[in-house]
Write a protein that binds this ligand. Structure first.
Ligand code: GTP
Ligand code: MG
Length: 167
């Protein structure tokens, strides 16, 4: 066994939840395939970024949040070691986010919930706990590099301890 561990982590979440922003924050050199939409851009295929830390390489993929890009989500999800469900706490949990949560539970992949936009005033991240089964939950802001890095590496560490001995 060599010292290098590679992980594929895929970020899911509804339209505009902040997936692309989070990957850009974690890896300023990340690649994005997007289209213009009202008020900004939307991911039409994927985001890809990379994080390297202490012999660990995380390949980070972002999925499109629009429901009609389900085929792209399936392709991007293949072979993932872990998943992040990103939730915008500034609006109520929608049907599609619940669908993603059910899908990830069914996929039997380790997954964690990141609550986004927690820096906004008047939001109540605590109200979201317990809504996504037994998965871990963490409050972040996709524009805060330190918070995103801590949350992602903490999740990655749970995956490397699970996979130790299998690779
Ligand atoms: N203030 C603040 N704005 C955010 C945060 N995360 C995302 N945004 C903004 O929200 C908008 C949508 O963010 P994106 O990162 O494009 O969202 P997405 O989940 O990739 O969206 P799709 O690819 O369309 O599903 C952008 O204008 C971001 O700048 C955050 O944590 N705080
Ligand atoms: Mg996006």
């Amino acid at each position: 066994m060599t010292g290098e561990t590679k992980l594929k982590i895929v970020i899911f979440g509804a339209f505009g939840a902040g997936k692309t922003t989070m990957i850009r924050t974690l890896d300023p050199g990340a690649t994005h395939i997007e289209a213009n939409c009202a008020g900004g851009t939307t991911t039409v295929a994927l985001d890809f970024g990379r994080i390297q830390k202490d012999g660990l390489t995380v390949h980070l993929y972002g999925t499109p949040g629009q429901e009609r890009f389900g085929f792209a989500r399936e392709i991007v999800a293949r072979g993932m070691d872990g998943a992040v469900l990103l939730i915008d706490v500034s609006s109520p949990v929608d049907e599609f986010t619940r669908h993603l949560s059910d899908y990830l539970h069914g996929a039997q992949v380790p997954f964690v919930v990141f609550l986004n936009r927690c820096e906004n005033t008047g939001v109540h991240p605590d109200a979201f706990s317990g809504q996504f089964g037994s998965s871990g939950i963490r409050a972040v802001s996709a524009v805060d590099r330190q918070q995103c890095m801590d949350a992602l590496l903490e999740f990655a560490a749970t995956l490397t301890s699970r996979s130790r001995g299998h690779h």
